[in-house]
Design a protein around this ligand. Sequence first.
Ligand code: ADP
Length: 629
Amino acid sequence: MEKQQFKAESKRLLDLMINSIYTHREIFLREIISNASDAIDKLAYTALTDDKVGIARDEFAITITRDQENRTLTVSDNGIGMSKAELEENLGTICKSGSLGFKQAMEKQEDIDIIGQFGVGFYSAFMVASTITVITKKYGEDTAWKWVSDGADGYTIEETQRDAAGTDIIMVLKEDSEEENYSEFLDEYKIRSLIRKYSDYIRYPIRMEVTKSRKTEDSPEDKPEYEDYTEMETLNSMVPIWQRAKKDVTEEEYDAFYREKFFDYNKPLRVIHSSAEGSVSFKALLYIPGKAPFDFYSKDFKRGLQLYSSGVMIMDNCEDLLPEHFRFVRGIVDTQDLSLNISREMLQHNRQLTIIARNIEKKIKSELKSMMENDREKYEEFYGVFGRQLKYGTVSDYGAHKEACQDLLLFYSHKQGKLVSLKEYVDAMAEGQEKIYFAPGENKEHLAKLPQVETLSKKGYDVLLFTEDVDEFIPQTLITYEEKSFCNVSSEDLGLESEEEKKEAEEKAEELKGLLTFVKESLGDQVKEVKLSRNLGNYPVCMTPDAGMSFEMEKYMKRANPEYAFPVGRILELNADHEAVKAMQRLMTEDPVKAKDYAQLLCYQAQLMAELPLEDAFAYTELVCKLMQ
Ligand code: ADP
């Protein structure tokens, strides 16, 4: 028998646990019991398809044994057990799921219920125990194993005996000292209250021998005598939180359950507890997290809800229950309408499951909508974290989910200086305004200065400022919202001119044809077209993209693929009333070389305002210096 060392990371965590002066150390019991319950879940699941398990559903149990003399507290389960390799892997390494966040919080020294919130479960027992022995036998194997550790020095594993599959966690409690009382964890009432506080909802009986008192058989009725006797008692009510009536569950209970179940130390932003009766009945307990998990936008993130059927967990991440656009939701669905031994493949095509999924999608949508309407601050907090996901949801699958998502979107309104929904935008549209205007770009401040935005603002029209990559795909997907079409202010006709004004503009363009031709010829291939514009306000020029794609989209494509070789055509628009343009016009005959330099300079300026990179910054600098001299 050889002593193994803990892996480095685990060792550090252990030190924290052993030397902890943590006030909430009582949570170790919850952690150990929760592991036992998970182990039983696994065997109960196996039993659905494997007759050899031979344990009826109501025979699964967790048993707590107290031994005052040896100062041991033992938690036993008849669950799946662990093989030797699993013992090494699971108890030799700190739980991966919670470890990262745990260490971060420890480093920040935040005074919160750290241990409980991280699912670093098993190790927490070292807060109260000097030695822990684990006796375990994996279901289906012949050999049982004994793992012993006193924390700091590592652990040993050797062969041992155990009748059936399952695990015993035997904790030798630390000695009491003046400040610390560990013996209380052997106290019947203490344990009873801890189980009720933390583990009441565990769906298997947690049993313990308790002392009771009864009248002795032969003592007379009028002068009764009492004697103590012991009896096994189930300490928990076994009703899972989602099966309880909403009014009977406190906010703390919802939160605590979430944190423990989903390894998140942040409070959930919203709890959705719902039940449905009808063609399919189910109970759902859903949470909207307050923060995105660190891997949320990566491929590793697994979306889905936990699926229970008649109290047995049948799938951990059931993707079919949760649409991609709401993938941030965590939670549990419990239904009696699914056959227990349904396979994963069959689940996918299961009609009941489809109905539940549709129901859940609707429920999430309506909850989010009501949050948007009634608790805006909270909704914006949510939107800050998961808004991008809703945008992706809107545009994904060619807009197949736009109905579910479009009403939940928010964009920055230039006029109102805050986030608004599309509905709020349309409702507040000025008299005569026909389109939903948006301006795509890198930041709000820059966009606010766009001449087109200024022109529209002067008319009292609002413009949505699109600063995220995905934003611009939204008008392309929705095409219209409440029958209003979208208009990109920097690439499309703003639709502000009357027929008469258009005609006037055409005449003016004809009149200034010489100027336009001169500029186009001076610039050559740098621009596709040069034309006049009346929407430029105080600016002499602007650069707009040729129909179809915007410059932002072009940049986006280039970021996605550096080889991307389809630049959008550049159209240089001139403000014929601007003094700089007039000056250029005068020079056309007096000093054509200088006029050409002016044209080039204006082109550079238009590029800069459109946030387009200058291909040759040196040429630009030289030109400015030349003109200054
Ligand atoms: P977590 O439960 O958060 O994964 P723990 O440190 O509490 O982390 O447990 C580590 C792992 O050890 C568990 O994931 C499980 O695989 C295994 N384990 C712990 N207790 C038991 C048990 N009673 N029966 C079977 N496996 C167990």
